[in-house]
Design a protein around this ligand. Structure first.
Ligand SMILES: *Cc1c(COP(=O)(O)O)cnc(C)c1O
Length: 355
């Protein structure tokens, strides 16, 4: 019998969430953002679930892009950071992978390199996040150079928002609109938060990521359930030990939690080396046999403890770390992070079922 920890991926939930995005996109094309191995869920598993309905995919690495092409996906595939060197520029052009074009280094390389086929690009503008992109005032010049190099096929224009709140995007959107006005190019600006909250920002392509996996982009304002999303990843383990505590007994490394009354606690085979956040302190929600309770003390590498006082539970009981019945957003909030990070951190050593 192996260690009783596992994750389950629900491709039908991914499909449900994608179709919900498409509906919210109201006619805009929907690029499914599947970077970072589909936010830790498995690239091909998720892509397969939407093979017949997906308008396109967005990711980072040429290797992942080619994996999709080789698996027969014919939709647009966009590398959101573009190419990093001549080798991936050539491969992208050959496999008809579209690239974000965000820097002078990339533009220079594009101008210098003979390509096997025209390259599709999304010119990326920096409208205020200060991470990637050309200054908006250079848009006309960059576009002219892209056209003049004679190596480019489809041209789109994109930007990325720094703020998830509905009003927060306004200055960036105004800046983008002013820069690209009249260009007639396909535009892409909306991430999950903007797709849900800013219908004025849908344009031709929306780029939802976290909502496809059932996470809320703004859990303090709207839960995943309120949005109508279903969790795609459920993370489970089992109780491997039970301890009865007397008042004054301290639990785990550092003895951070001290019982103030008689308690029964359980040790669960899941720790930070499995991807459970170490910063999740006492009180983080957790399910034991479907019953909601709280973690106790510090998360260790391979184990964590939870309170089972008064619960129907013992060695072997099923524990839900997050997923079905316990939104990852709640665990993330308790750990001072976001569901994105929990999903991406699911460790290699955790067996995944369903895909
Ligand atoms: C990751 C990413 C997205 C998706 O963001 P979510 O908040 O997960 O919806 C969209 N666009 C770009 C450029 C990204 O890097």
């Amino acid at each position: 019998m192996s260690r009783p920890i596992f994750a389950r991926i629900d491709p039908q939930a991914f499909r449900h969430n994608y179709l919900l995005c498409k509906q919210r996109a109201a006619g805009a094309k929907t690029l499914a953002i599947v970077k970072a191995n589909a936010y830790g869920h498995g690239l091909l598993c998720c892509a397969e679930a939407v093979r017949d309905v997906a308008d396109g995919f967005g990711l980072l690495e040429i290797g992942e892009a080619l994996q999709l092409r080789n698996a027969g996906f014919t939709q647009p595939i966009v590398m959101l950071e573009g190419f990093f060197a001549e080798a991936d520029l050539l491969m992208a052009s050959e496999a008809r992978i579209q690239v974000a074009l965000h820097s002078d280094a990339q533009l220079g390389l594009l101008e210098m390199t003979e390509l096997p086929a025209p390259l599709d690009v999304f010119i990326k503008l920096n409208t205020g996040m200060q991470r990637l992109g050309f200054p908006p005032e250079r848009f006309a010049e960059v576009l002219a150079r892209v056209r003049a190099c004679g190596r480019v096929g489809e041209i789109g224009v994109m930007t990325h928002f720094a703020c998830a709140d509905a009003a927060g995007i306004t200055p960036q959107l105004a800046c983008f609109d002013a820069a690209v006005a009249g260009s007639g190019l396909p535009r892409s600006v909306a991430n999950s938060a903007a797709l849900l909250r800013n219908p004025e920002a849908r344009y031709e392509w929306v780029r939802p990521g976290i909502v496809l996996y059932g996470g809320s982009p703004m859990p303090d304002l709207q839960s995943a359930e309120q949005i109508g999303l279903r969790p795609v990843m459920s993370f489970f383990s089992r109780i491997i030990s039970v301890q009865d505590l007397q008042p004054g007994d301290a639990v785990g490394y550092g003895g951070l939690f001290v019982a103030d009354k008689p308690m029964r606690i359980a040790t669960v085979a899941c720790g930070y080396a499995d991807g459970y956040p170490r910063h999740a302190g006492t009180g983080t929600p957790i399910l034991v046999n479907g019953q909601r309770t709280r973690t106790i003390g510090r998360v260790s590498m391979d184990m964590l403890c939870c309170d089972i006082t008064g619960l129907e539970a013992g060695v072997g009981s099923l524990v839900t770390l997050w997923g079905e019945g316990l939104p990852a957003d709640e665990v993330a909030t308790a750990a001072g992070t976001v569901s994105y990070e929990l999903f991406c951190a699911l460790a290699q050593r955790v067996p995944v079922t369903s895909c």
